[in-house]
Design a protein around this ligand. Structure first.
Ligand SMILES: Nc1ncnc2c1ncn2[C@@H]1O[C@H](COP(=O)(O)OP(=O)(O)OP(=O)(O)O)[C@@H](O)[C@H]1O
Length: 334
């Protein structure tokens, strides 16, 4: 008997109650204070899913991405990859799993060695996988073609490429590790608007082709919305809303999400300005993290942070003002 394929019961990546606290000193003579870069973040990413994380600068997006990659030790919480708890694995024990998780950063120049040719750069992941000789060359060329580059690039140095081409090269290098998960941290933020669209389309194509899971981190809801199946919204280290993309755009349930949406242009999907940054050096209030800026804050909002609670199927929000009818916008056509 055939029927719909049930969803994969084990998410590829599962973040459970992840927190990260830094001690920060604001001046030479001041006492260090604790800064919660991420608080109790719980997220799952299914195989083949693109999960967006959006929020303004300093909201903790990179901290979550780096903890997911086990590049940063969490202060509390757990990271599960394919059902296995990898939170406390040693670097040596992690090594065989590292290839499954690849990270793409905002500035590809920083991760492409300027003294190496593209052939040398792309040889490294192949060597790590034990692929050499003619097989390596063939795989290199196939992967370059996948990211829209030709064989002529192999002898060139990274500095001879544009920003968009360099990002294509870092994606090619990541693909050569045969990853199952890609964490793309502001991977298109530094690019021109039309190049952003091309790279976002490339990520989408690669997801479809390889059933990749992608954690797509960005500050621009319009860009993140184009590629993501679901979006998680962060504010000051706290996950305040998570929903399927269309639902989040159409009917946001947290005032901060509504505010991000109102900063979006109604047309020109990829040209939203960055939202204003969180004021530096301000402590989170005792209550809801957004209460100080929220136009709908009630007294109860200033006394405690609400938990992320279901508001509709697949949709959760950390707001006690469930009575609000917040304004959304029409979703972008994917
Ligand atoms: N090594 C560190 N030491 C102290 N504080 C840190 C450190 N790294 C990050 N932070 C602080 O943690 C908070 C979250 O930073 P994070 O980089 O995760 O935010 P983000 O949303 O990715 O922002 P951006 O896009 O600007 O990087 C910020 O307040 C930041 O200043």
């Amino acid at each position: 008997m055939t029927g719909p394929v049930p969803p994969d019961p084990v998410p590829l990546l599962s973040l459970r109650g992840l927190s990260k606290t830094y001690l920060r000193r604001d001046g030479l003579l001041t006492r260090p204070r604790a800064v919660a870069a991420a608080r109790d973040v719980t997220l799952d990413i299914a195989r083949g899913e693109v999960l967006g994380i959006v929020g303004e600068s300093g909201s903790g997006k990179s901290t979550v991405g780096r903890m997911a990659m086990r590049l940063l030790e969490p202060t509390a919480g757990a990271v599960h990859l394919d059902g296995a708890d990898i939170t406390h694995l040693s670097e040596q024990a992690l090594r065989p799993l590292r290839h499954k998780m690849q990270m793409i950063f905002q500035d590809p120049s920083a991760s492409l060695n300027p003294r190496q040719s593209i052939r040398q750069i792309l040889t490294t992941p192949l060597r790590l996988r034990g692929v050499a000789g003619a097989d390596a060359t063939q795989e290199m060329l196939e992967t370059l073609a996948l990211v829209g580059l030709g064989p002529d690039v192999l002898g060139r140095a990274p500095s001879t490429f544009s920003g968009g081409q360099r990002q294509r090269l870092s994606i090619a290098r990541a693909l050569l590790m045969k990853p199952e998960l890609i964490v793309a941290d502001e991977a298109v933020s530094a690019l021109d608007v039309c190049v952003q669209a091309q790279i976002v389309n490339l990520f989408r194509h690669l997801r479809d082709r390889f059933n990749l899971s992608i954690l797509f981190i960005g500050h621009d809801l319009a860009v993140v919305g184009v590629i993501s199946d679901r979006i998680a919204v962060m504010y000051r280290g706290t996950l305040v809303e998570i929903a399927p993309t269309e639902q989040l755009f159409r009917r946001p349930r947290h005032p901060y999400t509504a505010r991000l949406l109102s900063a979006e242009p109604r047309r020109g999907v990829l040209s939203a300005p960055a939202p204003p940054a969180t004021p530096a050096g301000q402590h989170a209030p005792d209550g809801c993290v957004f209460s100080a800026r929220c136009p709908h804050a009630a007294d109860a909002c200033r006394t405690r942070q609400p938990a992320l609670a279901p508001v509709a199927p697949g949709h959760r929000a950390a707001c006690i003002r469930t009575d609000l009818d917040l304004e959304g916008i029409l979703p972008h056509s994917n």
